[in-house]
Ligand binder design. Structure first.
Ligand SMILES: Nc1ncnc2c1ncn2[C@@H]1O[C@H](COP(=O)(O)OP(=O)(O)OP(=O)(O)O)[C@@H](O)[C@H]1O
Length: 264
């Protein structure tokens, strides 16, 4: 089957003065449409660099990223990114933060009323419609991440890129947001590439988990299939043998084969 998103022999080095450090060494990955893929690995191994290359924010030194068989080198609304630190514009309301993205993408294809309805639809999808007139400083961290996700979804991206989207949240908020993202993924069938440090999060959300070796010159060490039926319920899964086995496999990779200092 032809991959929807394809990374082909991606290499990345950074130059500082006369020194060159290789961060990524020959990363190749094929992702199918609708697949939820997580990347996990030791801190500093190059996960964000890899995501930024897919987003078109950082150029690869070698290799290519293809989306629907077309090479992508620049940022575009077909690959929306949600960062760990909510990147909302503080002077705009929740509504206008999403509306700005909607106007940018759909100004020539949707009427004003349609753009309004689409903005509200996406805010409702993440249960933030009620807070549409608030500014980012007036809402919690979890709510800001919801708005960031609504803004990304509102662009109708082909691929949703999540860079530790729940990393800065407390455990309960994190669990709620993970459930929301699972529900949205079930409803919309988005193709998702997510970076995480959290083993349980990776197993709960993903169809496949890409495990990176330690840097420098990080590469893909192993790719694990997560053959758990959806919808997935976190409480029921805690004792599920397949869940436990997947979790164990990721932990073994991170702790035994490749030192992982930030405990999951
Ligand atoms: N713009 C840059 N210039 C020079 N070096 C960089 C740049 N961006 C990243 N690096 C280096 O590349 C390596 C990988 O960084 P990256 O942020 O991709 O790792 P990560 O796996 O996402 O880390 P973490 O899990 O801690 O977020 C690090 O050694 C970092 O210092």
């Amino acid at each position: 089957m032809n991959a929807y998103l394809k990374l082909e022999h991606v290499f990345k080095s950074f130059k500082r003065g006369s020194q060159t450090s290789e961060v990524l060494n020959d990363v190749s990955l094929s992702i199918q449409k609708g697949e939820y893929v997580s990347i996990i690995g030791h801190s500093g191994c190059g996960k964000s660099t890899l995501l930024n290359i897919v987003a078109g924010l950082t150029p690869a030194t070698n290799g290519a990223v293809l989306l629907e068989n077309k090479e992508v080198n620049d940022p575009g609304p077909d690959r929306a990114v949600v960062f760990q630190n909510h990147s909302l514009l503080p002077w705009l309301t929740v509504y206008n933060n999403v509306r700005l993205a909607v106007d940018k993408v759909f100004s020539s294809t949707k009427s004003r009323q349609e753009r309004h309805d689409w903005t509200m639809h996406n805010l409702d999808l993440v249960q933030m419609g009620h807070a549409k007139d608030k500014r980012p400083s007036e809402i919690s961290g979890g709510m800001k991440q919801r708005v960031g996700i609504a803004r990304a979804l509102a662009m109708e991206p082909k691929v949703l890129l999540l860079d530790e989207p729940f990393g800065a949240l407390d455990a309960l908020t994190r669990a709620h947001l993970q459930d929301s993202v699972m529900a949205i993924h079930a409803k919309l069938g988005n193709t998702v590439l997510m970076i995480t440090h959290d083993v349980d999060e990776a197993v709960l959300l993903s169809d496949r988990i890409v495990m990176m070796t330690n840097g420098p010159s990080a590469r893909i060490g192993e790719v694990l299939d997560v053959p758990l039926a959806r919808p997935r319920k976190r409480l029921a899964l805690a004792g599920d043998p397949t869940y436990v086995k997947c979790r164990q496999r990721v932990l073994e990779f991170l702790y035994e084969r490749h030192r992982f200092v930030e405990a999951a």
